[in-house]
Design a protein around this ligand. Structure first.
Ligand code: ZN
Length: 101
């Protein structure tokens, strides 16, 4: 596993699939890693589960505040990030909830 600091994402190969850059490095324990992107309902279920396991996480709304407001938040999705040292645990949890890795 390599880490793209630009996208805050773990990558399998030598090139980041998102930004196509190859200047990736070994992940460090405190690196913030993208876990998954979910809508509001599954997002809050995941949030509860992460809290239960005491896994620290960051949650970022994908839409700008203005757009989220105009659509009444219905289509808002959230991206979840966890520190690398808890990534394996968090992704196992997400796999259990959503049936994916
Ligand atoms: Zn990248």
């Amino acid at each position: 596993m390599l880490y793209c600091a630009r996208c805050m994402r773990l990558c399998e190969g030598p090139v980041c699939p998102v930004c196509r850059k190859s200047d990736l490095r070994e992940p460090e324990a405190k690196d913030v890693c993208f876990l998954t992107e979910r809508g509001q309902i599954w997002g809050s279920i995941l949030e509860d589960n992460l809290n239960d396991c005491r896994i620290p996480f960051l949650k970022k709304g994908r839409m700008g505040a203005g757009l989220a407001m105009s659509t009444g938040n219905r289509f808002e999705t959230f991206r979840f990030f966890v520190p690398y040292e808890r990534y394996e645990e968090a992704s196992a949890l997400a796999e259990e909830l959503f049936g994916e890795g």
